[in-house]
Design a protein around this ligand. Structure first.
Ligand SMILES: NC(=O)C1=CN([C@@H]2O[C@H](COP(=O)(O)OP(=O)(O)OC[C@H]3O[C@@H](n4cnc5c(N)ncnc54)[C@H](OP(=O)(O)O)[C@@H]3O)[C@@H](O)[C@H]2O)C=CC1
Ligand SMILES: O=C(O)C1=N[C@H](C(=O)O)C[C@H](O)C1
Length: 257
């Protein structure tokens, strides 16, 4: 994702790529690494140094983070502390971490966007799922991703369950006493009694099905990301909008209107 974001930012009029932070290929020009020709930006592994430089040169600096749940929390805190606004796609932050970041961003009057999914199609799927859930009491989620993904369930699937849960319905009332002979075969239940099943295979990119069941019918909503360029318009929108915000926004849907 970092590579895709660099490519997109470098090509977007009105945006300047200020830095590139990674743990590998330190010292190399990021443009050369991506086959774009020199962009005059050396890869560094020093995030604090990069944030300091950016805060000294501009009051419109944005840090885009697609890393790992282990590092994202501290990266976001550091960026806000340096006056650089975070746009974060990294999934796996827990709700308590998000709340702590919300408080920190609000206290600092700094914009921050965290979105588990930057693809417009997925936002529409979630909105349609909320609409369908008003009429169906039974629902399960299947998310399918490439097998280099570290977190499960996907942040998007967890958010989808959360959005359905907010309807306050008693989903999936038991019909029989189930017995799981193979532990995990019925998926995981993060909340609101909505099961999530996670599939990891090479060849996949990022996909999600929300399947509703009712009397004599099912309704399947499915979104397929076939290329990571799908996330880029959402990332660019968030980079633009975060400059106007004075606190944390969770979810791309809040930036669309
Ligand atoms: N919101 C959205 O729309 C999307 C979100 N994502 C999320 O973005 C995140 C990244 O995904 P993806 O790009 O596929 O993952 P990759 O593993 O390809 O890239 C992650 C990068 O972060 C670096 N990294 C990992 N841990 C640390 C650390 N502790 N400190 C600094 N850098 C670190 C890795 O470095 P190294 O190579 O050295 O390990 C790597 O360069 C995931 O959480 C994923 O779920 C992905 C796609 C879309
Ligand atoms: O790791 C990925 O690839 C993706 N992660 C995000 C998630 O966990 O929801 C978004 C998208 O599904 C791609």
């Amino acid at each position: 994702m970092g590579r895709e974001v660099v490519r997109t930012v470098a090509e977007t009029p009105g945006m300047t790529l200020a830095g590139a932070v990674a743990r590998a290929q330190v010292g190399f020009d990021i443009g050369e690494v991506l086959g774009l020709g020199s962009l005059g930006v050396e890869i560094t592994d020093d995030l604090s140094g990069q944030l300091l430089k950016l805060s000294q040169n501009s009051n419109r600096g944005v840090m885009v983070d697609f890393t790992h749940p282990r590092s994202a929390f501290e990266n976001i805190r550091s960026a806000i502390a340096f006056g650089v606004r975070p746009v974060v796609g990294t999934t796996g932050l827990n709700p308590e971490q998000v709340e702590r970041l919300r408080e920190f961003a609000e206290k600092s009057s700094m914009g921050c966007v965290i979105a588990p999914n930057f693809a417009i199609g997925m936002i529409l799927l979630q909105q349609m799922a909320v609409q369908a859930a008003q009429y169906f009491d039974h629902v399960e989620i299947i998310e399918l991703h490439h097998n280099r993904k570290v977190d499960a369930p996907s942040g998007t699937a967890a958010q989808t369950a959360q959005l359905l849960g907010r309807l306050g319905k008693d989903f999936n009332p038991p019909q029989v006493e189930e017995k799981e002979f193979l532990p995990g075969s019925r998926g995981g239940i993060p909340e609101h009694n909505i099961r999530i099943h996670s599939i990891r295979l090479p060849g996949l990119v990022a996909h999600q099905e929300v399947i509703f069941g009712g009397m004599g019918q099912t309704l399947t909503l499915r979104h397929d990301t076939t290329d990571r360029v799908a996330f880029m318009p959402g990332v660019i929108l968030a980079i633009r909008r975060v400059l106007e915000l004075k606190g944390l926004v969770y979810g791309l849907e809040h930036l669309l209107s």
